[in-house]
Design a protein around this ligand. Sequence first.
Ligand code: BGC
Length: 768
Amino acid sequence: MFDHRKSAYFLTCVSVLLLAGRAASAQNALYSAEARQRAEALLKQMTIEEKVGQMNESSGRVMQGLGDKPDDLIAQGGVGSILWQNDVKEINRLQRIAVEKSRLHIPILFGYDVIHGYRTTFPVPLAMASSWDPAVEEEAQRFAAVDTRAAGIQMTFTPMVDIARDARWGRIVEGAGEDPYLGAAMARAQVRGFQGTTLNEKSVIVSVKHFAGYGAAEGGRDYDSAYIPEELMHNVYLKPFHAAAEQGAACFMSAYMDLNDVPATGNRWLLTDVLKKEWGFQGFVLSDAFAVRSLATHHFASDPADAAYKAVTAGLDMDMGSLTYSKNLAKLVKDGKLTEAQIDAAVLPILAIKFQLGLFEHPYLDESKVDATLNRPEGLTLARRLAARSMVLLKNDARTLPLNGGLKKVAVIGSLADSRVDIEGGWTVEGLFGEGGKSHPVTVLAGIRNRLGAGAQVAYVGGPTPQKVFPGFFDALIGRKITPPPSETEVAGVLSKVKSAAADAEAVIAVLGESTDMNGEAASRATLDLPGIQQKMLEAAAASGKPVIVVLLNGRPLDLRPAAPHARAILEAWYPGTEGGNAVADVLFGDVNPGGKLPLSWPRAAGQEPLYYNHTRTHAPEDEPGFTSRYWDLDSKPLYPFGYGLSYTAFQFTNLRLSKTSIRTNEATEVAVDVKNTGSVAGDAVAQIYIHQRSGSASRPVRELKGFRRVALKPGETQTLKFPLGKEELQFWSPATRKWAVEPAAFDVWAGEDSTASLHAELRVVTP
Ligand code: BGC
């Protein structure tokens, strides 16, 4: 007899298997069976030297790492990939050698740091994360992918998904801030943007970096060791990486630093146990620049051969720049220290991905089409829209903003206001290293002049460029000297010009912050002060009594305590990209209502770092009566909380409810909240959902972001927003049980505009 229960059970099992299969095959889908078979067939024809060649990414132009005879090395099949070459003619020339002169005609994979746009630059990643809108990242990176592929590059060294809880760390500008949930959403969006949903001849493969824990450098000092307990790795630092792997990222880049005393590039737990085994990653792992050789510098490996051995056995597939694999791997195989199967395992995904990208069929770029693609005018419209969407309004006393578009006399002060480099931010493909001129960035000064038109007078006082005290990594690389600070006479001259410009103006726009090279790689800071004489210039302007609006161009939060009292409004623009100046004007004059929110906790002072909202509770928690600051001399709380940002309108959150207030550990509930625009202009609200688990096998963070959505609301409009709360949101990796689980407990749920939201509901989770 037909048994309905059995058949239902059978069908459930089949769908569970199918679903499980789908999850496990998310990475298998990286390349087709055909691409894999072609890779396997090719592998069978290759000598050990040719295989090792595929594991070598040689540096192109800037680092000159191809050696004395780069053409010969390529012709011998010794180069699988080249980084830092963006001269289109040279790319085709090098590719021709690989395809026409090497024995097996294997094309080169070209890689570059296309981080926030190619010729048209979009806001820096920290800014894009401030949009709290993953579509911003996806649109920007999709546009950049088309440019990148047209320019003959098939791999980008982005996204940087390192969690950064310390604003002193210079690379905070390159990531999505401090939160794993927001960071995971931004990571997924970037993978989709560059690669598309499946890899094909239009995709640019991402290298998700820096795997993993790089942002936890001690003291915020770039490259310093990170000590991260396993539970924090799973619950915080690895989350955005895992999301990128699930989204189908084709490449991961290892980090430079020691993670719990084992360099990430030689860390088998990270590269093999977690990434390849637990997550089923099917792509390849690339080292950061020279990081294989650096295993010896760390005194982890005894010499370069040992470094190559330790990296390969840890699961590191491609050596960026150091030629350590090229010089040592073949011998290690011949000496029987490594097996050829270990080498094959590294080379297979590299070849399969080259097939999947269509590189064998279309190895060359069309030089005649490059400029037309890179100059697509729609890029500028997109860049302007995304930049305005990424800005965060920090302060707006007495509705100083938006400014009246009919202003006739405005003063703009600060050297950053008219700096083409500092509007775009770091990692500009065609702007860095003095080869600009191809992109035409709009400075803030130009944007304001564009907006006010010829009928208005816009006076400008620049002042000295904020200076670094010590030369950094890139300064040394490009031979840039640090200029001495301005003399007292020069300072007095600038301040007197500021005073008269302010006295003569209806409003002053002070563009303040950091020069681009003060953040990024090897650019950590011990203080978060406004550098140079910017504070003095601000005070001189404010002394005029005219309204002063501060626009910040910077790559990290700064100590605004001295500046804030002199500013009626503060707009955080980060480094907004090619159209940044126009976008700043759009926001200042109210053509765009700002809707960005902080992706980090804004400190009062550097001494508070590391500072992050999702810490665990102490025995004297901040939300209980009697709390006093834990510092003798400073409030413990941030100046602006994670998730914070103002609008030209106001929003009200009400009616927080759960579809079920009690669920079993294997069930889900739905959170709903009504959001109303109570002001008189249209604007974007970012609804944020936070949770806290009140007891369990381990202490849990006071709050954790578990849902967010940016919505546009007309004046008076209300929308009901719904968010799931189930396994994905409620589970955590427990140090006590050493596994992922949803634990039975009472949970707080909050909804609101930032991480201090007070609208509250309670969820009970019980054992099934
Ligand atoms: C950085 C990476 C970058 C690589 C190649 C390294 O110094 O850490 O983020 O992708 O250089 O430019």
